[in-house]
Design a protein around this ligand. Sequence first.
Ligand SMILES: Nc1ncnc2c1ncn2[C@@H]1O[C@H](COP(=O)(O)OP(=O)(O)O)[C@@H](O)[C@H]1O
Ligand SMILES: [Mg+2]
Length: 471
Amino acid sequence: MHLFVSYLLYIDLNILYKNYFMLRVIGWYKNNFIFPNIVLGHQINERLIFQNPNIACPHYTQKGTVKEWMDNVSRLCINNSRLEFAVSAAFASPLLRLLNTEGGGIHFKGSSSLGKSKILRAAGSVWSDESFIQRWNATLNGLEAVASGYNDALLCLDELAQIDPIFAGETAYLLSNEKGKLRATKTGSSTEQSKWKFLFLSNGEISLDEHMQQCGKKSKAGQEVRLADIPADTGKFGCFENLHEYSTGEQFADAISTACDNFYGAVSIDYLNKIIENQQFAIRFSNEILNNFISQNKPLKASGQVVRVLKRFAIIAAGGELATKYGLTGWPEGGAMQGVRKCFIDWLDARGGMESKEKLNALRQIKNFFSLNPHQFHMWDTVLAVDLAERSSFKKYDPQGNIEFFVHLSLFRNEMCLGIDAKLATTWCIEEGLLLPSKDNKPTRTECVSINKVKGRYYRFTSKVIEENYL
Ligand SMILES: Nc1ncnc2c1ncn2[C@@H]1O[C@H](COP(=O)(O)OP(=O)(O)O)[C@@H](O)[C@H]1O
Ligand SMILES: [Mg+2]
């Protein structure tokens, strides 16, 4: 195989090299893995030119041996769920195409100096040096160019806050959507569309949702599935649970940095070569881990969104276990699955459960309304006909001392459900026991209150709506 590299020259080399095949992205090409300067695999006899106009394309360099990387970087990941997760993701990304699975992102969310950037460094060290780590703002000008330099590899994006909130949602969407925008040429015809497939890791003090809210944008549930938040803080030593021979989180974090400065890159070459040697085994083994992980961790009532994220976690577990099987991590068998499982539980916990994001958001909004607007509810004993006429809402204590809320339909629809589908919201509230269903099973589920011939229609909410630990 012949490979020419011209990632600095953006001229159409097709004209010069008529019989060569042009590659614009790194990654898999017919059971070969194309890096900017080397090709792994020897099964084709084609003349290739790698032409990437992106000068930010990582160089995929190596320093130190695989054994040194295992002893110095990989060893420190053991019993550290976030590190095991991130390094497993680095191994999992090239599996996406082989298993025909969708890509997507994971965001480590937490306050500063927890070790979030170090987690990205450790994952990046599977592939290359520090320059491999990109920043969110780099994607603003050249999202497609950046993405094509990381196809089938892992993209690490540090510091979400650096990207303008106006563009953050769309960027997350495009990165996991696996293709760039179609652009029109001067003649009006569409140009070649960039394509990529990878996992990406991100971090920041706030989530994508919170970041977008800063400019008044609301993230859609789909975006949250594309970039799932894992709380960075493990509750032990920031991002870490096990400091090995170090006595403070700070020392441990700095030890990871130093190790990643000295040992990187070689392990991805060995890993890919082993996949290339026996692709069928890699696929079979990874599928087995993936299915086991899903069946062991799938919550009974999981929504479609939760299952989609669970699948991403499962393929990440498969990446870590495959690398371990190849003897490239030094981790115990099942260690990657355990670390990823811990992150999955923490993700689910932080998210508030396994319902769809739309449902969780709606329930939170309604619940917040009750706690933020106590003055909206008059005491039941003082209700007069005039209050009904004015469409007031009430609170009432039942004989057991439990509070109930009678919420006027207009208050519910116009204020509580502002921006959400009120009809769906009533269904969700009933499912969760916040709202009493109507006795006659009518779909309206409202209750009529009447005083001196003045009538009002109400939703009847239970005390669960003000329970502290609910949602
Ligand atoms: N878990 C930790 N406990 C204590 N200090 C830490 C921890 N992680 C990182 N640090 C300190 O913060 C510095 C920055 O680490 P970094 O990974 O960039 O944190 P973050 O990205 O979370 O802000 C480190 O050099 C170290 O001094
Ligand atoms: Mg940081």
